[in-house]
Design a protein around this ligand. Structure first.
Ligand code: FEO
Ligand code: CA
Ligand code: CA
Ligand code: CA
Length: 599
């Protein structure tokens, strides 16, 4: 092992150039394969994927879902690097590709049900065959689809409260489905965490009663037409005037046991309700479980959950109870001793009725209210409004925590602070912090690991838009989103940003994967995705020799003539032959010499 603690992990591959091709680019000496695209089989009886969008809702429920996002590889026996369960989030759907030629007219409950069936999670039993290629073991009893209608239960202070009771569920204990499964996490006891992000977009109302859109619904982005999915027109629970509490049952972190296909997923309310990105755990020195989480919205927050109980490895899956009781905190990033140096001190602010700032608050009368409306509680305690917190990653050795702040076009000069130092932030930054005395600490110090930017478009290096000193013409990127460490401490960064390759984004090409050395700050471009995709999801086999990533929504909006006129680079047919409908898929990357990825 040639790692040097002073200089960080070895990064041994040759950087790839920016690309605007409708193709995956990997470094010299690396290869990739496509696995489990949207609509492909995960059961022996899965119906064939139809390229024209005419698969039914029932067929979609037996196929791999759409818009692959966060994922995790669970070795089948706890250590295998050749066989395991790949658990994949399906964040949302692109109606222009999900439906056939008649698109959304007429609008039917069958079409809404097809969208619900394309959401959720896939559990895929995968094996590496004799030729070294990964394939789905279709006859495995582990294979499972969890969708927008799968029954799940609630744990923690909100479970059974009036806030989550509906006409269909007077107990407030059983929710149908998980939605907008963006990024993810996993637990040390071998379960998967899927995180609900833009759940608000599925709700709307046909009512003209404007009072139905309460301040709490507005704070979570609910609107009369939602994001245009139209489910509320045909399924009552998605109409917030008819079922005002249904929306309170989404926006949680959901635990799934991939090794028990009959298990009921659990929405853990103690971790708070917001537009969750991922959930990254650490174990505090005293054994308490700590979970870091971002809320991906302009001017929203970074949170930390600390369990009441301690993790006991011998108790296995019973440790799940740790996620039912604990304290939720939200971060305040202070300027520290000097304003403008992009570093400082920070505090974790308690979101609990025992906090004097919340104790007498009539808007949030109980702890169930504090957790259900965590954003409103965070507003009241003075948390720092961030530039869209995406994934968080914890360094495997040092416990230092990194978080992508993807961009924030709406921040004004008057709203700049040390942690969010640019107005009209097109490029994003990665912030990191060191807890003052272990993961459960109340305070920390922080700095910016990188200020993404574009020295091609903005050559003046004193202009913050050109990026921090570790950004150059060869690694320039915008909108960091996915983030994870590998076992050797390399930091992997994935982007979900502007792929126009023009103007402010000249020279950045399609969305990409970068690899960074946290000790030196070096960042090197590792891979580039096809046109108009986001790259997300990041998991390794235990030996570090296979990397799984997800290509999400290649060609998004590429069937919209206005969009294509604005940006011809949005048209994709990846991964199928020319003329095919573009579709999200997992990409498996290996080294031709069988070595450790990135080293
Ligand atoms: Fe679904 Fe914030 O990414
Ligand atoms: Ca400072
Ligand atoms: Ca994301
Ligand atoms: Ca994003």
């Amino acid at each position: 092992d040639d790692d040097d603690e002073q200089k960080g992990p070895r990064i041994g591959f040759k950087a790839v150039a920016a690309s605007t091709a409708d193709a995956i680019v990997v470094p010299e000496g690396y290869s990739y394969q496509v696995l489990a695209p949207w609509g492909s089989a995960l059961f022996v009886d899965s119906p064939a994927w139809r390229t024209d969008g005419t698969n039914t809702a029932a067929e979609q429920a037996r196929q791999v879902g759409d818009n692959h996002d966060g994922m995790h590889f669970f070795p089948i026996d706890g250590q295998s690097s050749n066989e395991g369960l790949l658990v994949v989030n399906h964040e949302y759907v692109n109606p222009e590709y999900l439906y056939g030629a008649e698109f959304m007219t007429p609008w039917t409950v069958e079409k809404a049900n097809k969208a619900l069936a394309a959401h959720g999670v896939s559990v895929l039993h995968i094996v590496r065959n004799a030729a070294g290629k990964w394939e789905v073991k279709l006859d495995s009893s582990y294979n499972r689809r969890i969708t927008g209608t799968t029954p799940m239960t609630l744990s923690g202070p909100v479970a059974g409260s009036d806030l989550v009771k509906t006409g269909a569920d007077s107990s407030g204990m059983t929710v149908l489905g998980t939605l907008n499964n963006c990024a993810n996490g996993y637990t040390p006891w071998g379960t998967y965490l899927t995180c609900e992000e833009n759940f608000n977009g599925y709700f709307g109302t046909t009512s003209s009663d404007e009072a139905a859109l309460t301040p709490a619904l507005r704070r979570y982005g609910f609107a009369k037409d939602g994001f245009g999915y139209r489910w509320h027109e045909v399924i009552d629970r998605f109409d917030y005037a008819k079922e005002p509490n249904e929306g309170n049952r989404f926006g949680w972190v959901v635990e799934i046991d991939p090794f028990d296909p009959d298990s009921t997923p659990v929405k853990h309310t103690a971790l708070g309700r917001f537009k969750h990105e991922n959930a990254a755990y650490a174990i505090a020195d005293d054994g308490r479980l700590v979970v870091y989480m971002g809320d991906d919205e302009r001017f929203d927050y970074i949170y930390k959950f600390v369990s009441d109980g301690v993790y006991v490895p011998a108790q296995g899956k019973a440790n799940s109870a740790l996620l039912s009781a604990g304290k939720l905190y939200v971060a305040r990033f202070e300027a520290g001793s000097a304003a403008g140096d992009m570093m400082g001190a920070g505090q974790w602010l308690l979101l609990d009725k025992s906090n004097p700032l919340l104790a007498g608050d009539a808007d949030l009368p109980t702890q169930a209210d504090v957790l259900t409306y965590a954003r409103i509680a965070a507003d009241k305690v003075g948390a720092t409004k961030m530039d869209r917190p995406e994934w968080i990653a914890v360094h495997p050795e040092t416990g230092e925590v990194y978080c992508c702040l993807t961009n924030n076009s709406r921040r004004t000069e008057a709203q700049i602070d040390d942690a969010n130092p640019r107005a009209g932030n097109d490029y994003g930054q990665i912030i990191r912090w060191r807890e003052a005395g272990g993961a459960a600490a109340d305070s920390f110090d922080w700095d910016l690991f990188v200020l993404a930017g574009n020295p091609v478009a903005v050559p003046d290096r004193k202009d913050l838009r050109s990026g921090s000193s570790n950004i150059n013409a060869d690694n320039t990127f915008n909108s960091p989103d996915g983030l994870a460490f590998d076992q050797d401490g390399r930091l992997w960064i994935q982007t979900d940003g502007n792929y126009s390759n023009a103007g402010k984004y000249a020279g950045q090409g399609n969305n990409q994967v970068l690899c960074a050395n946290p000790a030196t700050g070096e960042i090197r471009r590792f891979a580039v995705g096809p046109k108009a995709c986001e790259i997300t999801g990041l998991s390794f086999t235990p030996d570090g020799r296979t990397l799984f990533i997800n290509i999400q929504h290649p060609g998004e909006a590429g069937s919209n003539p206005e969009e294509v006129a604005m940006n011809p680079l949005s048209v994709s047919t990846w991964p199928d032959a020319a003329g095919g409908r573009p579709r999200s898929a997992t990409v498996v990357i290996t080294r031709n010499d069988g070595g450790v990825i990135g080293a």
